[in-house]
Design a protein around this ligand. Structure first.
Ligand SMILES: Cc1ncc(COP(=O)(O)O)c(C=O)c1O
Length: 426
């Protein structure tokens, strides 16, 4: 009976199904669960596989023979060997790389901060403008939206399609409104949908003719090597595409080893045209004398090159692919055909995006919380925390164990059904 679309259930059928769901829900509540599906971070076993990174360097020649000497000040844009690894990872030249500190988010924040205070390549500083707007593909990453809020940048949501942001909408805003200065993109295994932008979408980005000369694409390639399967999604090289159109200054690429090695103790990177690099360094030079080069050296010695990183990512995949699979199998088994939910089936990254019936996400979230399962806050995937259709939930499968995920995702399906029936039956 349950495989009939919920919208087609006769009243008495709906009443019976609802009673059954309520009974099962009460059983879950009675278990006093304490689970968390909100944290997009590696599980402890993922950190364990990287522990050897902590002992790859030692006192003596390892550190003393480096140029520049990693123990000393200097090397504002990173050590050459780390630049080489990142250049290979992002498909750019080492001249187009600035290696940062421990977080790409800091580099994104600083990039916006510099635009506000110093402007972009000679254009009016954003702080002198009456309005600055950013386009925000939704659902998206809450911390991107947080940076905009912090600087008072107005956010405009842009719908995501299966191939990336709706480029007709992007083009309309970017090409007609000079106050639109940027767009946030997570182009590979997007947070939270897991979508990878198609070649056409990347080319459409590179072909934009912005009304603002200082419009920039913030290309946060946080999940560029985070494939769950041997055959990963392929993402076209945005800097190369922009260069073909003479627009290499239009994009800033960001990434880090946060979910390769250790979040909070990894190495971040920014890649962009040499003109953009020079402009960033001009201000950065006042900000610090040099980054933590010892940590960079640790990463260089441990990974050696992109092959080393990819081999390590296969170990991560072996640990987390079964977690994605248990969630996806449960969603498919419990919700397919009921006409009350849609979800993505990512082949990489850290998240699954679940759209429940319009107007029920908050209710599902509350039902989960009342039964002891924490999910990412409702609305977090939208600017200003406002999901206008109250339907999106972000699932973060990496941190809990497979056993915990099995229970949590079964409960999630149950709550999705219950909230939908409550809505339909009024
Ligand atoms: C899309 C995206 N960008 C950036 C980050 C944070 O990266 P970092 O640790 O390098 O600041 C995350 C973390 O979840 C993320 O999902």
């Amino acid at each position: 009976m349950e495989k009939v679309s919920y919208k087609n259930l006769a009243r008495e059928q709906a009443t019976a199904v609802r009673a059954e769901l309520e009974k099962k829900y009460a059983e879950y509540v009675a278990q006093g669960l304490k689970l968390d599906m909100s944290r997009g971070k590696p599980a402890p076993d993922q950190l364990d596989i990287c522990d050897d990174l902590l002992s790859v360097i030692s006192a003596g020649s390892d550190v003393a023979d480096t140029t520049p000497d990693v123990r000393n000040y200097g090397g504002l844009d990173g050590i050459p060997e780390m630049k080489e690894i990142f250049a290979e990872m992002l498909g750019v030249s080492t001249k187009e790389i600035i290696v940062g500190g421990n977080a790409s988010l800091t580099m994104m924040f600083d990039m916006i901060s510099r635009s506000v205070t110093h402007g972009v390549l000679g254009n009016t500083t954003w702080c002198k403008l009456s309005e600055v707007k950013f386009l925000c593909p939704v659902p998206g990453y809450d911390r991107h939206f947080g940076i905009c809020e912090c600087f008072g940048i107005k956010m405009i949501p842009i719908a995501m399609t299966e191939a990336g942001p709706d480029m007709d909408e992007v083009k309309k805003y970017v090409e007609n409104d000079a106050s639109v200065k940027g767009i946030w993109c997570v182009p590979k295994y997007s947070n939270p949908s897991g979508i990878t932008y198609s070649d056409d979408v990347v080319r459409a980005f590179a072909a934009l003719n912005p009304a603002a000369p200082d419009f920039r694409i913030f290309w946060d390639n946080a999940y560029c090597v985070h494939d769950l399967y041997e055959e990963g999604d392929k993402l076209l090289n945005i800097l190369e595409e922009c260069r073909k159109n003479g627009k290499e200054d239009m994009v800033y690429i960001f990434a880090s080893t946060s979910k390769i090695s250790f979040p909070g103790a990894g190495v971040a990177v920014m890649a962009m045209s040499e003109a953009n690099i020079a402009a960033a360094k001009k201000v950065m030079t006042y900000q610090m004398i040099g980054p933590d080069k010892i940590n960079q050296l640790r990463h260089v010695k441990y990974y050696k090159n992109l092959d080393g990183i990819m081999a390590h990512m296969r170990k991560h995949a072996a640990l987390i692919a079964p977690k994605f699979e248990i969630v996806l199998e449960t969603l498919e088994r419990e919700l397919a055909g009921l006409d009350i939910a849609d979800w993505t089936a990512p082949r990489g990254g850290y998240f699954i995006s679940l759209d429940v019936m319009n107007g029920t996400a908050k209710r599902v979230h509350k039902l989960m919380a009342d039964a002891g399962v924490v999910m990412t806050g409702c609305g977090a995937t939208f600017p200003y925390g406002n999901d206008p259709q109250d339907r999106n939930l972000r699932i973060a499968p990496t941190y809990p164990s497979v056993e915990e995920l099995k229970i949590a995702s079964e409960l999630l399906c149950l709550c999705t059904k219950l909230a939908a029936l409550e809505k339909i039956m009024g």
